[in-house]
Design a protein around this ligand. Structure first.
Ligand code: MG
Length: 261
C-alpha cells in the first residue's frame, strides 16, 4: 500500500457515510464514438443501484452531458444527476433545478450555432452537438492539422459572438464548447455541497479529464479526496489517487460500502 492508498482508506474509514461524486464518460463508462449514443450500460446501472442500496452512500453524477442524456444513461432513482457541468440538476428526491434562465442563455447560442454549422459544413470528421445550454464542436475523427485549425477558428468566432461576462469557450482534446460561465464542474460541485451540506460524511470525487480538475480542487478544499481515472502520467497531477480505467474503477467502487467506518 502506498501513501495515496493509505490516504483514501483513512478518509473512508473516518466516517460512517460517504458522499460520492462521479463523472460519467471515461470514469464510469468507456467513451462512445458519438455523444448521442445513450444506451444505458447494465454494469453501470447495477453498480449504482448496489451503492445506493448500501444505505451508506449518497450518490451524484456530475457530467458535461445534457441532463436528458444522463437520465437516459442512468434510469435509477435516488441519485442526483447534474448535467451540463451542474447547470441542470435532477435531485435525488426527484425535483428539477436549473441554475440559470434558459431563455437568457439560449439567444446568444442561437447566433453562434449557424456560424459553427457553416464552418464545419462539408468537413470530414466534425460534429456539432447542441446541448441546449451549450454548443460543443467535436473533431474526434478529423485529420489532425485540419482539426486544430478549424477549432482555433471556431474559438475566435465564439469569442467575437458571445459576451465574455456571461459565456466561456472551453477547449478540450479535439473539442470546443461554448456555454455559460456557470457550466463548470467546480461551480457545480460547490453548488451540490451548498444545497446539501455534508454531515458525518467523507467526500470523494472521481473523474478523468481536465474539466474534472475544477471539481477536484473544490472537493479537496472541503477535506475530501479526488481520484483520477487515467493510466497516463500527467505532468501536473493534482489528484490524490488514480485508477487505470472505467472497468477497474467499477470494481473498486464495489468495495466502498465495506471500507466505511
Ligand atoms: Mg469524463
Amino acid at each position: 500500500m502506498n501513501n495515496s492508498d493509505q490516504k483514501i482508506q483513512t478518509l473512508l474509514s473516518s466516517q460512517p457515510r460517504l458522499r460520492l461524486f462521479l463523472d460519467y464518460d471515461g470514469t464510469l463508462a468507456d467513451f462512445r464514438d458519438h455523444p448521442d449514443q445513450v444506451e444505458p450500460l447494465p454494469e453501470v446501472i447495477d453498480l449504482l443501484k448496489f451503492l445506493r442500496n448500501s444505505g451508506k452512500i449518497k450518490l451524484a453524477v456530475l457530467s458535461g452531458r445534457r441532463l436528458a442524456h444522463l437520465q437516459a444513461l442512468i434510469p435509477v432513482n435516488g441519485i442526483t444527476l447534474a448535467g451540463t457541468y451542474g447547470l441542470e440538476i435532477l435531485k435525488a428526491d426527484g425535483s428539477l433545478h436549473y441554475r440559470l434562465d434558459y431563455n437568457r442563455v439560449r439567444p446568444a447560442l442561437e447566433v453562434l450555432k449557424p456560424i459553427w454549422i457553416e464552418l464545419i459544413k462539408d468537413k470530414q470528421g466534425f460534429f456539432l452537438e447542441d446541448k441546449g445550454w451549450s454548443l460543443a464542436l467535436h473533431a474526434r475523427f478529423a485529420e489532425d492539422v485540419i482539426a486544430a485549425n478549424l477549432l482555433e477558428k471556431a474559438q475566435d468566432q465564439a469569442a467575437e459572438t458571445l459576451d465574455i461576462k456571461e459565456f466561456r469557450v472551453v477547449p478540450g482534446h479535439r473539442f470546443l464548447e461554448a456555454g455559460p460561465l456557470l457550466a463548470d464542474k467546480g461551480e457545480g460541485m460547490k453548488y451540490l455541497l451548498e444545497i446539501d451540506p455534508p454531515e458525518e460524511e467523507s467526500l470523494l470525487y472521481l473523474g478523468d479529464d481536465d474539466k474534472d480538475e475544477a471539481a477536484f480542487r473544490v472537493i479537496q478544499s472541503c477535506g475530501g479526496a479526488a481520484i483520477r481515472v487515467c493510466s497516463n502520467v500527467i505532468n501536473q497531477a493534482i489528484e490524490d489517487w488514480r485508477l487505470p480505467n472505467p472497468q477497474e474503477t467499477r470494481l473498486w467502487l464495489r468495495s466502498l460500502p465495506g471500507q466505511l467506518a
